[in-house]
Design a protein. Structure first.
Length: 594
């Protein structure tokens, strides 16, 4: 076999050329200068060989010589070509190499525990420091450095994974390292953040276990703290944190040596999770760090709120329920819309209702007439649907009225009595504001000689003095009823002539006019009853223009202020709503002395 190899310049010696770009070869496979070895015929005739010594002519033969051949054909052979491909231009490539980690025993002569944050050594011209179990290389005031390994505080061994070879590895100097006799570790941490209340999901905690591994815990919106080898809870309102470090492990996966440790108790297997037991994971509490986001409440201008904020808690929130308060536990029942007809009986599906309403399905307005209701049976009968909307809906409520005995820190409320009804998860607990016995009354009546139309007082203005005439309130007192009365100051100012007067309210303005010769009953159109009735017999004689009779009334309604507090933020919707319900009982005299 013959082998030809190119010289890198496109030549096979004297046997051919290679065209690299054209990917072709020109090789000579036939040689024209080959020769064969010559030969000589050297023998005697047979007679001479048999003993006949004839003459020399009996010997025959020629001389040695070489014969030239015209060519040498490489027949019955195979030709194979081996070559390597390349690119049109050079291509740069980079190969990465991860050097093996190096372990350095920083304190081989002691078994003491290394104090976190005390390690500093120089190796091959570079400085290494520990920070929460992590080795940092070449840290300086203007450079955060590089994470270069891990520090095991229990064994005192530094594992370096990122280093720069700059001189021999024996170039090592231990600059700083503190040890203590006993390793303080724990598997439980109880703490409180420096600030509170906290923003949900705004708490992150970090610390190092006894092996130098970093552990991170994060809190979700419900206050559950999770992470590797840990579980816990945080109370966002107070900043209190409880952490337990460990894992639930399968009992069958533990060795006999592990089952002989102090934390193992066969009775605990399956106590929380099936076939598993809690194995504590010791951590170094001195390395604990946390970050949190807290709320800061700025003072609110009293003129904007309408009340003095000094009486409110720092966060502006008022307790929703307290022991001794009354509450209502209730649920709303409703069905689909339908067309009502005379004689139709609608069954709400629940008995012992507190109230029932018929609503216009299109507008939500309440329909007040045309039906009778049986709250105990939970049924409603339509009697006159003339003028009814095309479709109506029926809404009912089941409620119980109870007193609160205890309000717990976990948000649960204990009542003084059983609820007495079965409520689903859609039931709502509402606080109730007790109003006591309510009734309308006339608080004050007095007259005045003149009035500027602006100033409202509770007694006669000494600069003006009383009117020459006086309304006889003791003999003919003003009459008032719960239905129409409101809490308001009224001024009855006499017109010219002394017979007619205008009725002016402090908040309502002028609403009516009357005569001293007739009973005066200005109507409260919203209630369908008069605000009050002033008997004509109380006026008497002697009234002149400008005289005023002041009348102060107190309604049976209970004053309630509704405040909406909005936290500073971007609006996310306008679907806020609330339901304000007035509950009351009619005062009745006892049927018997018993």
């Amino acid at each position: 076999m013959h082998t030809l190899t190119d010289n890198g310049a496109g030549a096979f010696g004297g046997f051919g050329t290679a065209n690299y770009a054209g990917k072709s070869l020109n090789v000579r496979l036939v040689s024209l200068d080959s020769t064969t070895d010559g030969y000589k015929s050297d023998y005697e005739e047979s007679t001479a060989f048999e003993g006949n010594t004839g003459d020399a002519s009996s010997r025959k033969g020629g001389e040695y010589l070489d014969n030239a051949l015209s060519e040498e054909l490489l027949a019955a052979s195979s030709l194979s070509v081996n070559y390597a491909t390349g690119t049109a231009s050079e291509i740069a490539n980079t190969a990465g190499y991860a050097p093996p980690s190096v372990t350095i025993d920083l304190c081989p002569q002691t078994s003491d525990y290394v104090v976190p944050g005390s390690v500093r050594f120089t190796w091959m011209g570079h400085v290494f420091e520990d920070y929460d179990g992590t080795l940092i290389r070449d840290r300086s005031p203007g450079n955060v450095g590089f994470a270069a390994g891990q520090m095991n505080y229990t064994s005192g061994v530094a594992t370096v994974t990122d280093y720069v070879v700059d001189g021999g590895p024996e170039n090592f100097t231990l600059d700083s390292l503190w040890t203590i006799r006993q390793n303080w570790n724990t598997a439980s941490v109880f703490m409180r953040t420096e600030v509170a209340p906290l923003k949900p999901t705004g708490f992150v905690m970090q610390l190092v276990d006894s092996q130098g591994n970093q552990i991170t815990g994060t809190a979700d919106v419900d206050g559950n703290v999770t992470g590797t080898h840990l579980q816990g809870r945080i109370e966002y309102q107070t900043g209190e944190v409880e952490m337990q470090f460990g894992d639930y492990v399968l009992d069958t996966a533990l060795s006999d040596a592990q089952k002989a440790e102090w934390w193992y108790d066969a009775a605990d297997v399956g106590a929380v999770q099936a076939d598993k037991i809690w194995r504590p994971w010791p951590v170094d509490p001195t390395t604990l760090r946390y970050s949190c986001v807290s709320y800061v409440y700025l003072p609110v201008d009293a003129s904007l709120m309408g009340i003095d904020p000094a009486a409110l808690p720092p966060d502006g929130r008022v307790a929703f329920a307290r022991p001794g308060d009354t509450c209502v536990v209730g649920v709303t029942h409703g069905g689909s819309a339908f067309a009502a007809s005379n004689g139709m009986v609608y069954d709400v599906g629940h008995e012992r209702l507190s109230f029932v309403q018929v609503l216009d399905d299109a507008t939500g307005a309440e329909v007040l007439t045309g039906y009778t209701k049986d709250l105990d049976a939970g049924a409603l009968t339509f009697t006159d649907v003339a003028g009814y909307p095309a479709l109506v809906r029926v809404v009912g409520r089941t409620e119980v009225y109870r007193q609160i005995a205890e309000v717990r820190i976990d948000g649960k409320v204990r009542l003084t009595q059983p609820i007495g009804s079965v409520f689903g998860v859609d039931a709502v607990l509402s606080t109730a504001l007790r109003q006591g016995d309510r009734f309308a009354r006339v608080r004050n009546v007095f007259d005045q000689a003149s009035w500027d139309g602006v100033t409202w007082l509770d007694a006669v203005d000494p600069l003006t003095g009383p009117a020459p005439a006086t309304f006889k309130k003791d003999v003919n007192p003003p009459q008032i009823a719960n239905r129409g009365a409101i809490t308001e100051r009224w001024a009855l100012r006499i017109r010219s002539g002394g017979q007619l007067f205008d009725c002016i309210g402090e908040h309502l303005g002028q609403i009516a006019s009357g005569s001293i010769n007739e009973d005066f009953s200005p109507m409260n159109l919203a209630a369908g009853a008069p605000y009050f009735t002033l008997p004509a017999a109380g006026w008497g004689e002697g009234w002149v223009a400008g005289n005023v009779v002041f009348l102060d009334t107190v309604g049976a309604e209970f004053p309630i202020d509704l405040l909406r507090c909005t936290q500073p933020s971007s609006p996310v919707g306008v679907d806020d709503s609330f339901w304000l319900v007035q509950r009351g009982d009619v005062g009745r005299a006892p049927e018997s002395e018993f």
